[in-house]
Ligand binder design. Structure first.
Ligand code: FES
Length: 292
């Protein structure tokens, strides 16, 4: 145990660079110790970096772990040793000597800037998707086809253009229609499964038609304790939809968000980004009327 104001000497070795190891390394490094963070796989972040969402809050796992990984990589007190194994430890508490075996990485880590060019020219391809021998022909309505072609043309020479293409389609159609996604898959030579993986991960994308106005009810803690659930019930009753659904006349889509960033006005809703706070009783129905 290191007491406050005690001079820090020596170094610490943290074995395993999952979220716990990374946090331990950061805490130790920030207390002034030199830290060796050992990880046997090629990357740090562990299992959490591979998760989509976390239970029970449904928060994005990557959003939580990524800042810590960046902080770890930038902290001058942390030396990350990936592809490394601890083979021997000798000594006694306070004076250990560790022996580490490192596997070759074939990249000069001191020079690597993470630009990704090496992956583009790598002669070894890991094929995770077998293209169908005969590509399906996707028939789109002429108007839809023209809009989609226009978006695809915009990003024709852009590397990793799938995200902006999907964003463009979502903006153009108000959601991501299935036949358009299949058309994009053929045109961009990207597996449909990958497109759906992205489309279902981000809340900004919708696979069902959305209303002209989006009502977002804040379900954050402050709004919840100030009665956001009652607002939600009123809206559901008035619009006759559940969370995530769109009214039959395609006028409103009802959804919840975790915090709209104006907790002092709780309970809060936003309609198309416009904030309405301090809503009591039937106030929320008055807000709706302005859009009806
Ligand atoms: S909790 Fe609702 S705005 Fe923050």
């Amino acid at each position: 145990m290191i007491k406050q104001n005690e001079k820090k000497v020596g170094a610490v070795l943290v074995q395993g660079a999952g979220i716990a190891g990374v946090q331990a390394a950061l805490d130790l490094a920030n207390s002034g110790l030199k830290v060796y963070l050992l990880e046997q796989s090629p990357v740090i972040g562990g299992m959490m970096a591979r998760l989509d969402k976390t239970f029970p809050t449904g928060d994005c796992a990557t959003c939580m772990v990524s800042p810590k990984l960046v902080e770890c990589a930038r902290n001058l007190n942390v030396e990350i040793l990936t592809l490394s194994e601890l083979t021997d430890v000798t000594g006694e508490p306070g004076n250990f000597k560790a022996t580490v075996r490192r596997k070759p990485r074939y990249v000069d880590e001191a020079k690597c800037t993470g630009c990704g060019v090496c992956t583009q020219v790598c002669p070894v391809k890991y094929q995770i998707y077998q293209e169908p021998e005969v590509k399906p022909v996707i028939e789109l309505a002429p108007d839809d086809r023209q809009k989609t072609d226009c978006i695809l043309e915009q990003y024709r020479d852009t590397q990793g253009a799938l995200m902006p293409v999907l964003k463009g389609i979502n903006n153009q159609f108000g959601y991501l229609p299935e036949d358009v996604l299949r058309y994009v898959s053929v045109k961009m030579n990207v597996p449909v499964s990958l497109i759906y993986r992205i489309a279902t991960f981000y809340n900004a994308f919708s696979l069902t038609p959305r209303g002209r106005h989006t009502i977002s009810v804040c379900a954050g803690t402050t709004c919840y304790v100030r009665g956001a659930d009652k607002l939600l019930d009123r809206l559901k009753g008035r619009l006759k939809v559940d969370i995530g659904q769109t009214t039959v006349d395609r006028r409103f889509t009802l959804e919840t968000v975790r915090c709209l960033g104006c907790c002092s006005l709780a309970p809060v809703i936003s309609v198309d980004g416009e904030i309405y706070g301090n809503l009591r009783g039937n106030d929320v129905l008055g807000v709706l009327e302005a859009y009806e």
